[in-house]
Design a protein around this ligand. Structure first.
Ligand code: NDP
Length: 524
């Protein structure tokens, strides 16, 4: 602990112009605590997620000293790879990452292994269990085990059930956790069925439903901004907030994931998980204590307060779109329907703008506008709290009717910033206002290493910290909210008319801007 008084620390901040104090700076914030020796088993280890996210994240943790000295990674999938073949694939994937130090690779690679496995072949799980025990003895990892299901979603249940039947869900020798990637079902019924399969052999406490958005530093910071500062909470409600907008746009199209995306569409792919989670962080009440169950309780209360959609008047609250031909970043981009694996008459939405009301004391009457789409003009993730305008009477004669309202913008990507838009007087005899931004850049004055989203999520799982993971009741609430909309949109006779076209590289269909009714556009 620092021996400085709060005043001395504050003056240090003034002198350096950056957030500095000894308790909270740099590497001391990086780690929550030591991770126990453990084994990480990745199903679907021949796939995209493993190569692009999981193993690179584990390598980064390793090189930064975040993994225990004794650990092992066992990849499993149908592809017939040897340990060495798996290692060389992972080496290529990991070292393709910008700025990664190849130095520790050989040492890390010695902890990588591979076991071919057919997902619906129970005997293969027994074999896997035997191999795992041998490797645990070899690496001295003890009993901690993470099973990461990086397989296509329709195989989650098969893997979970077979793991359980092979006795691999038990926690006799140490903890066992199972990590599930989104999507968690494709509707309420399938989400429940998946949960049944998982909880037949694992307790809810053993299940980690990953939403990597929640592990982004700037997203984690939302609750800190709200609850570690006294000045925001008093105005964080219907009395001062006009509306909230949350945008997450991509420039990429469907890429190689058409098989999945054609069945999912933007509402399942983005709204059911990331977008509603972001909303809950803005809308939730302060938990009694910053602890996983209490934080997740508060989120569930938000989900429970969503006003059900008026299905007779859906167009007033929802715009769906699909990208057509256009230009993205100066390059011609094909229409969605011409992408590999997409049906030429596909009615899958790639864009949605949704207006949601949270019917509780704090948010009554405040609309939340959520927007997400593929092949949009730029890649942005941002939350904006739009405050109400000031009462006009005071300065109407000199300024006219309109004074731009204050806005608090929380940038997640590409800008990791917090900015507050305020009005100031221009110097001079005449009373003129101008809008200026007070800007905090997340990188300002902080040079210590940081954890990427997957690194943080995997680390938390190894530590048994569940605050950033979905709990089943929250998941079911969100599906209950979206299911009627999905049903209507996917079965109604006018499905094609509901889907508004937009050119690739634009900000979505014009109907989206119309739904904002003159409010600032979320992406502006
Ligand atoms: P992949 O499509 O790359 O599949 C992973 C592995 O599963 C494949 O290498 C293949 O291995 C096996 N597999 C693929 N299709 C089948 C099939 N029809 N039947 C049986 N096995 C199959 O998936 P990703 O790695 O992209 O994603 C894994 C999970 O993570 C998915 O649930 C996805 O939704 C989720 N996810 C992925 C993200 C990403 O960026 N990729 C982001 C967020 C979530 P083999 O043939 O060797 O068995």
């Amino acid at each position: 602990m620092s021996s400085k008084t709060p005043e001395e620390r504050e003056s240090q901040v003034e002198v350096q112009g950056e957030a500095v104090n000894e308790e909270r700076d740099g590497a001391s914030c990086l780690w929550l605590g030591p991770v126990e020796p453990c084994a990480i088993v990745i199903f679907g280890a021949s796939g995209d997620l493993t190569a692009r996210k999981l193993v690179p994240a584990l390598y980064n943790l390793y090189t930064q000293g975040g993994l225990p000295r004794r650990f092992l990674i066992l990849g499993a999938a149908r592809s017939g790879l040897s340990d060495d073949e798996f290692r060389s694939r992972m080496k290529k994937a990991v070292l393709a990452g910008e700025g990664r130090d190849p130095g520790p690779w050989e040492e890390f690679a010695a902890c990588l292994h591979y076991q071919p496995l057919t997902y619906d072949e129970p005997g293969d799980y027994t074999t896997l269990g035997v191999r795992l025990e041998r490797l645990e003895a070899l690496h001295g990892t003890g009993g901690g085990r993470v099973f990461n299901l990086a397989v296509p979603p329709d195989i989650y249940q098969t893997v979970a059930v077979n793991l359980g039947r092979a006795g691999l869900g038990r926690q006799e020798r140490g903890w066992t956790r199972v990590v599930v990637e989104k999507p968690f079902g494709r509707d309420l019924a399938s989400a429940r069925a998946l949960n049944q399969a998982l909880t037949a052999h694992f307790d809810e406490e053993q299940v980690y439903r990953i939403d990597h958005y929640l592990a982004k530093e700037t997203v984690q910071n939302i609750l800190m901004l709200r609850f570690a500062n006294a000045i925001f909470e008093p105005v964080w409600n219907r009395n001062y907030v006009d509306h909230v907008s949350i945008v997450s746009s991509e420039t990429l199209g469907v890429e190689h994931r058409a098989g999945y995306y054609e069945r999912a569409g933007v509402l399942r792919d983005m709204f059911q998980n990331h977008m509603l989670q972001l909303l809950s962080l803005v809308a939730q009440e302060p938990p009694s204590i910053f602890e996983a169950e209490r934080v997740r309780d508060e989120k569930v209360k938000v989900f429970r307060s969503f006003r059900p959609f008026d299905l007779d008047n859906l167009d007033a609250n929802l715009v769906l779109g699909q990208y057509g031909q256009g230009t993205v970043n100066g390059q011609p981009a094909p229409p969605y329907r011409a992408e590999a694996g997409v049906a030429p008459d596909s009615l899958t939405p790639t864009f949605a703008l949704m207006k949601i009301f949270v019917d509780n004391w704090r948010w009554q009457g405040v609309p939340f506008f959520l927007v997400s789409g593929k092949r949009m003009r730029s890649k942005i993730t941002r939350l904006v709290i739009h405050f109400k305008e000031v009462p006009h009477a005071l300065m109407r004669q000199v300024l006219g009717d309109h004074i731009t309202a204050n806005r608090l913008a929380l940038g997640i990507h590409p800008d990791e910033t917090i900015s507050l838009t305020i009005q100031t007087k221009n110097p001079g005899a005449r009373l003129c206002l101008r809008t200026v931004r007070m800007l905090f850049d997340y990188h300002q004055g902080y040079e210590a290493p940081r954890l990427e989203a997957y690194e943080k999520a995997l680390l938390d799982c190894m530590l048994g910290e569940r605050i950033l993971f979905w709990r089943q009741d929250g998941l079911e609430m969100c599906w209950s909210f979206l299911d009627p909309v999905l049903n209507l949109c996917e079965t109604c006779g006018n499905r094609a008319e509901r889907l508004k076209p937009y050119p690739a590289g634009s900000w979505g269909p014009p109907e989206a801007a119309a739904l904002m009714r003159g409010r600032p556009l979320p992406w502006a």
